[in-house]
Design a binder for this molecule. Structure first.
Ligand code: B1M
Length: 240
């Protein structure tokens, strides 16, 4: 962005904008990687009574979708998208306590990570927040997690669910490596395996032997709750 435009940006009073204009401005600010403005816009929307989910979806996730299109088309490059990701995280940090706050009963424990070779973590972090909000205990392993990392975490944390994220077509096959290794060790049926990430779909999830594909963070919560109730139902039926 040119200096003049940056100057113009400084002059915008975010609080004076209508909701619609503010959200549009936040899309621009996310595009330009302006973390302070995104934090301010997020606070303003919450102050106007927007709930965390609506703020997340309409202001932040939609803004990142626009960034993704121009990244794909070669208009934005990695350093710029890193700035956008930083701005997105500034907004998410404000929403985190709201999305994770929960009086829900403990639903189960999940070990969650982005697979080896992949450093995308925005979607995974959202999934972690939403699961925490729904009453799950989340052990977030972070990015670039190898099969050995997952196995060590399973041993240490004894979760009910393993969640894997991949954003690249080149890293999504690594999810199968983790699942196959669990099977080789006779551990596959001990865990519910959920997978997610933009390039995945149901078909891929089935093909690699996962229990379910989660399209987004909200569906990850629904599916995790559903899978846990099936599991508890079958354990009860077995007298476990
Ligand atoms: Co990357 N990148 N990137 N990138 N990046 C994509 C994924 C890409 C689609 C962009 C594009 O070309 N349009 C493309 C992949 C193409 C492909 O594989 N076919 C791509 C590429 C190519 C790359 C690099 C290779 C670029 C390069 O270096 N030349 C490189 C790879 C680095 C690596 O990982 N080894 C790279 C790097 C980066 C940045 C570091 C700059 C940055 C990441 C910063 C970060 O995450 N901290 C980045 C970003 C930001 C993106 C885009 C623009 C946005 C991703 C995002 O955060 N989306 C992305 C384009 C896009 O996806 N449209 C792109 C918002 C987020 C809320 O959605 O992550 O889909 P998402 O998560 C959703 C669901 O998928 C689901 O729920 C989430 C919340 O609703 N979900 C789960 C995700 N994980 C789940 C796990 C679950 C359940 C649900 O477990 C149970």
């Amino acid at each position: 962005m040119a200096d003049d435009d940056t100057q113009a940006e400084d002059d915008i009073d975010l609080a004076a904008l209508s909701d619609e204009d503010l959200v549009a401005q936040m899309h621009d600010d996310l595009y330009d990687g302006l973390a302070d403005e995104i934090a301010e816009g997020t606070e303003i929307l919450l102050g106007r009574g927007w709930n965390a989910q609506k703020t997340l979806n309409e202001a932040l996730v939609e803004g990142m979708r626009i960034v993704g299109i121009d990244f794909r088309d070669g208009i934005l490059f990695v350093p710029e998208v890193l700035m956008s990701a930083g701005a997105m995280k500034a907004g998410m940090a404000i929403l985190q306590p709201l999305l994770s706050a929960s009086n829900a009963p403990r639903m189960g424990k999940i070990v969650l990570g982005t697979v080896k070779g992949d450093i995308h973590d925005i979607g995974k972090n959202l999934v972690a927040m939403m699961l925490e909000g729904a009453g799950f205990e989340v052990v977030d392993l972070g990015i670039n997690q190898s099969v050995e990392d997952f196995l060590a975490a399973l041993d240490q944390h004894q979760p009910d669910i393993i969640g894997m994220s991949a954003l690249l077509t080149t890293t999504m096959p690594y999810m199968k490596v983790v699942i196959d290794t669990l099977a080789e060790k006779g551990l596959r049926s001990d865990y519910i395996v959920l997978v997610g990430g933009a390039p995945l779909n149901e078909e891929f999830s089935e093909a690699i032997g996962a229990d379910a594909y989660c399209r987004d963070a909200a569906s990850a919560v629904e599916i995790a709750v559903d899978q846990m109730s099936h599991r508890q139902g079958s354990t009860a039926a077995l007298g476990g």
